[in-house]
Design a protein around this ligand. Sequence first.
Ligand code: UGA
Length: 336
Amino acid sequence: MNILILGANGFIGSHLSEAILEQTDWSIYAIDLAQDKIENCLSNDRFHFFSGDMIKQKEWVTEHIKKCDVVLPLVAIATPAAYVQNPLSVFELDFEANLAVIRQCVEFKKRIIFPSTSEVYGMCTDEEFDEETSNLVTGPIHKERWIYSTSKQLLDRVIYAYGKHNALAYTLFRPFNWYGPKLDNIFNPKPGGSRVLTQFIGNILRGEDIMLVGGGAQQRCFTYIDDGIGALIKIIENKNNVAYQQIFNIGNPLENISIRVLAESLVTLIKRYPKYAEFANKTKLVDVDAAQYYGSGYQDVQLRVPAIHRAEQFLDWKPVVDMATGLDKTLDFYLA
Ligand code: UGA
């Protein structure tokens, strides 16, 4: 099988590339602007990497969509601060650039595995978010945070419609706060410059206070990257066509913790690394108003728990890495 990965150097793309090369005999055709996270894949005969911008390299992208069996368009802006600060960039990249790829998959009759997001459920009040029954709830237009959620939601709807009316073979997967090594750059000093876990690790290492937006009572289900990649491999494999025209939440409902507890755990865990213990000892947790931290266009999600019975039933998948193990592995990657 030939797999096309757009954005192979990203968090998901880099882990997926490694896993495919290790666990399967599939070949990968990949494009990205950078290659620092996939250094160990580059010398593999089954990894064909092109260094470039998928938006500018239209011919390369078209040629490879035609050539491959499965397409994974993983290029997107995925940090909430950017949704508020650069909403149009989110629309142009996450929506417009990906729509062009989706249309080519329809034209050339290729299977597409598309990253939807836990964010599509927005402020849904269901105890567990279900792919088939939960409402997708976002805020007013001046709350610009929702441009990511609604861009992704509209693409989900477009893909669904192409599936129904043009027989597009698709699978939508919704990652719920996947984390692990290579998540974001911990040396990015910008508040909100990375997702919360790497943001907090960076705060501690730079001797900064940890900012708990809105007090940190909001909860997330943190999902270790290896679990997420395990689901993706099963989706690509598509045994007996189980993933055909399906939507799957891929998350760990058992690791539903508050952002405050995440911060406290990281401070405790980093104290075990002699080189950084002193920083962790000095770290303070400070409550900050959401509008002050992100700007007035921000609105938060208080609770976000995935229902995963569909992934269990169709993919025979469930998460197996608990948070203690996942955090250890992540911290060892960044600190050891
Ligand atoms: C994330 C991002 O939108 C995407 O990465 C992705 O699509 C999705 O969720 C997912 O991975 O499931 P969110 O969980 O809100 O959204 O993003 P984070 O930046 O990781 O923030 C998590 C929580 O921590 C938020 O409530 C945020 O307000 C809080 N936070 C963040 C702080 O309290 N302090 C900080 O310094 C940063």
